[in-house]
Design a protein around this ligand. Structure first.
Ligand SMILES: [Fe+2]
Length: 169
């Protein structure tokens, strides 16, 4: 359907991130048993709970706009999940590399979400939807914090991966 107004484009974007959050929730739940490092496990567990809250926030945003939340198939999210899944399978024999694959994949997810929420917040601000801005900002802040946590876990994981690569060489 053709999108002709900012409001329609905004609602499309909401449906898009609503679908993306569901896909990412499922992907995180699937990745969790493959995580070895405590930092990675904890980050995933925390963010699984947060993602559930974010889905509820998005449902509340829809309610504020008098709508029922509907998933608009998000090809971007589907692509990132598929790519992460493939890399995780390829690294499955080496726990340190699998942890790095999980952290790298999740980091891409977070930045996709950050870009999506920033765009939606800017549009909601323009349309004067203060309550919507507040809920979307809660989600954005969780994504930013998660991206930071994941990036901070990388140096240690990289060091371990480098050591195990040397040991097996
Ligand atoms: Fe996230």
């Amino acid at each position: 359907m053709a999108i002709k107004t900012l409001q329609e484009k905004f609602i499309h974007g909401l449906g898009d991130i609503y679908d993306a959050e569901h896909r990412f929730l499922e992907a995180q739940q699937k990745m969790l048993p493959n995580a070895t490092a405590e930092t990675v496990k904890t980050a995933l567990e925390t963010h699984i709970t947060e993602t559930e809250e974010q889905i509820a926030n998005l449902e509340q945003v829809h309610e504020l706009l008098g709508l029922t939340a509907k998933r608009v198939p998000c090809d971007g999210a589907a692509g990132i999940v598929l790519e992460g899944d493939k890399l995780l399978k390829e690294t499955a024999d080496v726990p340190t590399l699998a942890d790095l694959a999980i952290v790298g994949g999740c980091s891409k997810v977070e930045h996709y979400e950050i870009a999506s929420y920033r765009g939606l917040i800017a549009a909601a601000e323009t349309m004067g939807q203060a309550d919507v801005v507040k809920l979307l900002t809660e989600n954005l802040q969780q994504e930013e914090k998660t991206a930071q946590t994941l990036e901070q876990s990388m140096p240690m994981l990289l060091k371990q991966a480098a050591q195990s690569s040397t040991a097996s060489a």
